[in-house]
Design a protein around this ligand. Structure first.
Ligand code: SF4
Length: 270
């Protein structure tokens, strides 16, 4: 790994004795769709505490013990960081996504290391770990420069997304708390929802989520089947106009609803 400007490895610098192991990550060297207005690289960390049936990232969400192959592009985080070091001059930032990045104890050190390398950092999160977000916001080195919060369904429905649809009964509260924490910062942000078909997302969800989407655009993207965590969802198709319909409904409630036409392949299911 190349030495950082202060002569130390980015990973050794922050917490040489206490930093947890870094997970392997899917590494996208260049992306124009994961950070609005920027050419960035993206790191997708494995693991997630939710099981959204429409999730397109099944290889990242389900543990390797399930027998699934790791997705293409999976590599050690150290090698990804070494590559980023070479591309510092041409990249406008690094997106950390998943899976759910806040599930990884090494996330604060990773963001700090990227900042030390000179990269602004965008964090994609499902909002299930408000304590982690609060800690990141308190730490100038680990504070993301942009944050995207997923708003999947109304908070009271988040139990539907828990593994086995049991437990995590406080998931909706965690989402609400994460949104409150984000709204209390000056970090540039966006909110994201999938325009789910067949009434899986609708007016009641938009009404419940609108108060959480404060201070940034609320982006509605089209659902695209193909690699869903629940294969039954692959038989579903979504009307192309759904994102605009939902965005219009959000705007009527005072939120900054936007329909997005493109979909990042790795984030298609979020
Ligand atoms: S869509 Fe996102 S939050 Fe839901 S299971 Fe997949 S990675 Fe986790």
């Amino acid at each position: 790994m190349p030495e950082a400007s202060n002569g130390l490895s980015p990973f050794r610098r922050d917490a040489p004795d206490t930093a947890p192991p870094y997970p392997a990550a899917v590494f996208r060297k260049t992306t124009a769709v994961d950070w609005p207005g920027r050419i960035a690289a993206a790191l997708f960390l494995p693991g997630c505490g939710l099981r959204c049936p429409w999730c397109q990232n099944r290889e990242l969400v389900l543990p390797a013990a399930s027998g699934l192959l790791l997705p293409p592009g999976m590599r050690s985080l150290e090698s990804a960081l070494a590559h980023l070091e070479k591309r510092r001059a041409v990249l406008g930032g690094v997106v950390i996504s998943g899976g759910e990045p806040t599930a990884h104890p090494a996330l604060p050190a990773l963001i700090a290391a990227l900042h030390e390398q000179g990269f602004p950092v965008k964090l994609d999160t499902n909002g299930m770990n408000p304590r982690v977000l609060a800690a990141l916001f308190r730490d100038a080195r680990a504070r993301p420069d942009y944050i995207a919060l997923d708003l999947k369904v109304a908070p009271e429905r988040y139990g539907e997304l828990a593994p086995g649809k049991t437990g995590q009964s406080d998931a909706g509260k965690r989402l609400t708390e994460s949104a409150r924490l984000i709204a209390g910062t000056d970090i540039q942000r966006e909110y994201r929802s999938l325009a789910l078909p067949d009434g899986a997302f609708g007016a009641a969800d938009i009404a419940a989520l609108a108060p959480l989407a404060a201070g940034g655009p609320w982006v509605f993207r089209r659902f695209v089947p193909g690699n869903c965590l629940d294969p039954a969802w692959n038989a579903r198709g979504a009307a192309a106009e759904l994102p605009e319909l939902f965005a219009a409904a959000a705007r009527k409630l005072g939120a900054n609803g936007i329909a997005q036409s493109y979909t990042s392949p790795q984030r298609a299911g979020h």
